[in-house]
Design a protein around this ligand. Sequence first.
Ligand SMILES: [Mn+2]
Length: 309
Amino acid sequence: MALGQFAYANNSNRFMACAPLDAQPFAIAGVPCDGVVTNRPGARFGPQAIRAASLMLCDAIHPVFDVSPLAQLGDALDMRLPNASPLPEVRRHIEAQAAALMAKHHCVFLGGDHSVTLSLLRAAKARHGGEPLALVHFDAHCDTWRDHFGEPSGHGTWTYEALQEGLVSAAHTVQIGIRSSGERAAREYVADQGGQIFTARALRGLDGAGLQPAIDAIRARIGQRPCYLTLDIDCLDPAFAPGTGTPEPGGMTSSQVLTFLEELADLNWIAMDCVEVAPAYDHAELTSNAAATFVWTYLSGQVAKRLNG
Ligand SMILES: [Mn+2]
């Protein structure tokens, strides 16, 4: 099947109205794929909603990092994906397109449901020497279930699969915001394997300096190992992000997530994804605005590091 013939690539705008992707060091790419959600579908439309929300970031100069990523950023638009094909076929296409982008750019991928992260991690690990990567995972859900309600793989199994495959190192895996229902074996899987979990409950009422112990622990654990950031927008409380397929009350605030992203910008990040934005359930573009701000913050931190050495 040739690429370029698939539907669901509504490429009408670019992130922060940046240039089309050429030789810029940083790239945005959409992964408009939501075939294996548990509850409400619609994240295939996330990339374009995040791009639309990003337009209100105006001159793009970040107040913490004091840079704009615009001159160093290109938008590759949405991947063309065979959405009606079986999951392994969809995944092969995501991985191949991600690998081509990662060969030339530091990438931020816009999901899509969270299953896309497995393909992105496969491409990222191959790109960065083949050693298991470090992983920082914001989510309401552990995503370490061993099956998807009887099916082998879904958007709640990718973390388990990534650990089983050796894509990420358990000792260098950190989950933040976890709070959903789930059996203990799944809920605590990352910790049982040697990683670290900061539940939403453990973070209640903490912000700013209150998050410093968690930030210090993450930095000490991960060091400068190549690290992948995956941000499921449902890590946020539905008050901040109603537009998602599986909302879980009692979640993080936008400012908590921003504190982590700002303070941990010095880790050796190699790529990011922001997934599970489902615009059909959003109100006042709250969710897509939050996602756009998180992506912009990540990019600004990485661009500042590149410019300032
Ligand atoms: Mn998830």
